[in-house]
Design a binder for this molecule. Sequence first.
Ligand code: IMP
Ligand code: MG
Length: 182
Amino acid sequence: MKGYHAFHDPALEGVMYSSEEIAEIVARLGSQITADYQGRDLALVTVLRGGFVFIADLCRAIDLPLTLDFLAISAYGDGGGAVRITKDLDDSIAGRDVLVVEDIIDTGLTLNYLLGVLRQRRPASIAVCALFDKDVRRIADLAIDYVGTRIPDRFVVGYGMDLGGRYRNLPFLATLHDGVMG
Ligand code: IMP
Ligand code: MG
């Protein structure tokens, strides 16, 4: 395989959000967070792997001192949203103003579980910033403090999000043709 020309990948159906549209959304979120976290002790916490592209852009859109930390989880697959932390945060969040940064929220079960775990560590505050919100699928009763944009109930890839590990490097958010997911 020589190059990879995303627009010629037959599995991709179309672009839901272009990289320019995503950049505008990220800039707006960054401004809101900058205004809201003045004088606080901001700790950005991101869930790997999907959140890595978003956090890279978002942290540069926030004009405040902050720290970055990462955790990785794997679902038990029982449908209840319980997750195992496969890579924990490196630093304590006790007394910090934690902002959990997520690429996409679907049922909300994963995040709901994760917030329960993080709250036990006694942060001063905890809030959530999600770039994409598939809110029609929401099961967990969650308040999301910063939402980039609502999206319809479609499986999407790109801008960090994957199918079987691929497509994370697409600079835009794309939909897949029906049937690709098997
Ligand atoms: P939830 O527990 O149903 O909210 O699932 C959330 C997680 O599932 C997200 O953090 C993503 O990692 C993954 N996910 C949900 N929807 C999509 C999608 O459309 N494309 C890629 N990953 C997704
Ligand atoms: Mg995720």
